[in-house]
Design a protein around this ligand. Structure first.
Ligand SMILES: Nc1ncnc2c1ncn2[C@@H]1O[C@H](COP(=O)(O)OP(=O)(O)OP(=O)(O)O)[C@@H](O)[C@H]1O
Length: 308
């Protein structure tokens, strides 16, 4: 069974207007999205800014309410749970945020930051708590003395490690990583990404990895879902997406990756020409008259995906 199965997920934000601030329209941030995550795999959600990646991640973890659809975690539909019923699942699903500068409270010591999830779920003595926090900190490559320091005393990469330590304290099953390295210097991005792969092995983690950066997605992910304006338009293994993209939007994304390798640049130029031709000839195969992509049909994890 898949660890996570998203079925027909929709998240619409109300748009208010007029004197009475009535709801006059909706932003269809996530519009009939289906995908699933197998245990221990890394699934990448990729697409340009505003396509609905963050909304999808935050809805899974319960920070945003779904308008419709199901988020099945080990078979339980999380969207139907009340706050109190959801609580135990928060232990299994943790999030790593984009910006390690703003996601850590600057007035709290590292001990309190990393122990926060523990305090919500486990009754430990101060001594046990400190031991546990020091253990995970050492595991993420920080010294045990770090517990007495404040976030500003660390570099960006180290701060993201503190964020990862906080996510790990409860031994989660699923981690949603929303642009986890995009606020970091390029020189430390690879270190943090490789480190995330290491702890995935060690802790048996499943990742939902959200990024607009195809290079990072290729490095990290086993399977990839391409999002465009609230819809998942293509899904495949990393290999399939990068060597044989099917959807015109995926081709457009791939043709736009900055690339230093001249052979890759040749392939990209060919893709670009193909995209232009397909836009002219078979636009309606991919998009409706309003420019919205046709959604991917729901699939079971073992079946291959039919591209519309
Ligand atoms: N609270 C909100 N109220 C209204 N509209 C919103 C809200 N949050 C997001 N949106 C809109 O929903 C759409 C999807 O946003 P979302 O942040 O999920 O996209 P994204 O792909 O994660 O983009 P980014 O990479 O820029 O964060 C966008 O059009 C956005 O403007």
């Amino acid at each position: 069974m898949a660890l996570l199965n998203i079925q027909h997920l929709k998240v619409y934000y109300p748009v208010r207007g007029g004197f009475f601030r009535r709801v006059v329209d909706h932003v269809r941030a996530v519009d009939d999205v289906n995908f699933s995550l197998n245990k221990r795999e890394t699934y990448g959600l990729v697409g340009e800014s505003g396509c609905g990646k963050t909304t999808t991640g935050r809805t899974i973890i319960g920070l945003i309410r779904a308008t419709a659809g199901e988020v099945l975690f080990e078979g339980t539909d999380l969207t139907k749970l009340r706050r109190r019923e959801f609580h135990p699942y928060r232990k299994d699903i943790q999030m790593i945020f984009q910006d390690p500068y703003s996601s850590l409270n600057p007035r709290k010591r590292v001990l309190d930051i990393v122990a926060e999830p523990l305090r919500n779920f486990e009754r430990l003595s101060p001594h046990e708590e400190r031991q546990k926090v020091q253990y995970v900190l050492e595991r993420v490559g920080l010294s045990a003395e770090s517990i007495y320091k404040y976030p500003h005393e660390f570099s960006g990469g180290q701060r993201q490690r503190i964020g990862i330590a906080r996510a790990l304290t409860l031994n989660p099953k699923l981690i949603i990583a929303d642009e986890p390295v995009s606020a970091l210097d390029v020189s430390v991005q690879a270190q943090v990404l490789n480190f995330m792969k290491e702890i995935q092995q060690e802790y048996g983690l499943t990742y939902l990895f959200i990024s607009h950066d195809l290079g990072i997605i290729r490095h990290m992910c086993d399977r990839i879902g391409i999002m465009y304006r609230g819809r998942l338009v293509e899904e495949g293994t990393s290999e399939e997406i990068f060597t044989n993209p099917q959807h015109i939007y995926t081709k457009r994304l791939l043709s736009a990756i900055p690339n230093a390798d001249p052979r890759e640049r040749g392939r990209q130029e060919a893709l670009r020409r193909e995209v232009e031709k397909e836009y002219e000839q078979s636009y309606s195969r991919y998009f409706d008259e309003n420019g919205r992509a046709h959604p991917l049909k729901p699939i079971s994890p073992t079946h291959s995906v039919a591209i519309p």
